[in-house]
Design a protein around this ligand. Sequence first.
Ligand code: T1G
Length: 705
Amino acid sequence: MTARVTYRIDGDIAILGLTQPPVNSLGQALRAELQQAYRQALSDDQVAALVLVSEARIFCGGADIQEFGSDQAFASPDLPSLLNELEASPKPVVAAIHGMALGGGLELALACDYRIADVKARLGLPEVNLGLIPGAGGTQRLPRLANVSLALEMITSGQPIAAERAHASGLLGRLSQGDLLTDALEFTREILEQGAQVRSCADIEVNADDFPASGFDDFRASIARKTRGFFAPERCIQAIEAACRLPLAEGLEREQALFKECMNTPQARAQQHLFFAEREATKVPGVDSATPARSVRSVAVIGAGTMGGGIAMNFANAGIPVKLLELKQEALDHGLATIRKNYEISAKKGRMTETQVEQRMALLEGTLSYEDLGDADLVIEAVFESMEVKKAVFSRLDEVCKPGAILASNTSTLDLNQIASFTKRPQDVIGLHFFSPANVMRLLEIVRGDQTADDVIVTALQVAKAIRKVPVVVGVCFGFVGNRMLEPYGREAHRLILEGATPAQVDKVLTGFGLAMGPLSMFDLAGNDVGYLVRESRREAIAHDPSYNRLGDELYRLGRYGQKTGRGFYLYQGREQNEDPELIQLAEELARDLGIERREISDQEILERCVFMLINEAADILSEGIASRSGDCDLVWVNGYGFPAWRGGPMQYADELGLVNVLEGIEKYRKDLGDHGEMWFRPSNLLKELASAGKTFRNFSSQNS
Ligand code: T1G
């Protein structure tokens, strides 16, 4: 028995128990103690077989990500060597999996001779989500123990599979529906009685029966769009190709080489940064995470439009009943019908069954009466973005909702403190800002009002996890974090068109940088009318710049809202997008009116002006404490605005580029762009401070300010 591995004998079976909470991550100490316990069992003549179990809440969460970037990651016994030693065991080794076996945790199980899992367990190789490939035999053993197609799917997607599917593929020898250890011991005794051999993957051929010769290239083409810009997925495929043509030992060497190719890349650092940022974001300064949450067993959504319907779906998907309130029956019927249509589209695509469609629809109940909301634990308002309307809604909710109900607004820019003031319970008011389509986009900005109670924040974080969102707690200001950063980014995109760039050029530069969509296409999708109304709500802040999004204002005046009207920055036939020469003429006229000299603009200038302004705004957001850490701003833009995850977000990108270079770039444009530069390219004080101190945004958190 050591601190991290329990050891006990049951008859002629040694039971090794991993016991390093929370997830048995395979750091050097656990690897060493596991090796020690394994060798003890081999040297004990009484022991005929070994069973490997976990005493933690899951079997094993993989290699210790905290070790990455340090020598510890490969300190002896390194994981690949330890697993090769385990695989060479002369005595049968059985892995008993519960909860999850992920990454190195699944690789540990693959190096055992046999595997049994609880029927609810899930198995995965998520290394690709960290910018890596499985580096301890997963790419070589999985294709041998299951098959090539499943290996390609699991390893390049990083998505875990259910135990039943793993069992069907041959990856698991048995499923347990009862007590896992009891079943594992019985399974091991059967193996011993049958004289079943120890098995090494070295003796197992890759199962490529159903895999066509063109399979790898077909697979590459099938994931090209989803993995655009990522470095690791291609290396995953190359490692699996190696498994198909090389003996195990050589294949393992090839895997190591490819793993090391990925390990120290900016992409790996970026994706690991996001992994930890997601977990950091749930730690809210000044809020004790042990604060008991309020229970949320029923939800109400006010407004059955695009946002309200999408929001309602999140809760139905999580099995939480939802009351959907509208003012008119027709709007309510339309809202529910739209939700049903969305579910049926998912069912047609095989993402859910018809039964699940009905189950989810059964959780949705429409109503026209506020009186029906008296039992809701959480009410989310998703009505028109106008303070008058919010006032009417929250005054009414204050009258009908039970004490302790949480009242949330989905507002994207309005002052949450003012909304809270429409109630007698500001401590129960919070912002839950979903991103359209609300049932798809993972980001949830949790807006903390001045009086929002701590338990309401803790509850909102738990609700976010329950509906599988990435929560970021933000402060109250115009646009919170995401839309506030969007403002200067969009302002530069608009201005560049007046100065001589075309929408297609600007969009191509930003999509080439990795954005899922260019800014002008995004404005056409969201609606130039929406953008106009947002500007209307803050005209005084931008009045000093007559060119501020003037093109967007003109498009609004001309009724060119974008996709919804068939014309915006582009022309649309359905979803087909084409450049519009009239747009350029309009830009030329405006430039003349505004005295803006048009010129040829380089792609580099387009990229720097848009992205540096994004970064600069986030620096101000950090220094004002609207976001607690740079990773929060990164999570917002990666999960809400399509910033490439393989760059880790705007702030991680800035840290990699060097803050000195960002600062120099902003100061360059401040000089080069005349009035526009003087007006808008003012470096954030925080950026100047960190750059001059040779620091990074990542080192900064608002607690230090
Ligand atoms: N290493 C280090 N810390 C980890 C960890 C890991 N693998 N997994 C989780 N943690 C920490 C996490 O930061 C948090 O810490 C706490 O555990 C609880 O996590 C050679 C190289 C397992 C599904 O990618 O997906 O194996 O914030 O809040 O919601 O091929 O954690 O409390 O201080 O997420 O119940 C591959 C990553 C590694 C799995 C549990 N493995 N982890 O979710 O808890 S690379 C992964 C997860 C690898 C090999 C390669 C999840 C989870 P703190 P949590 P959870």
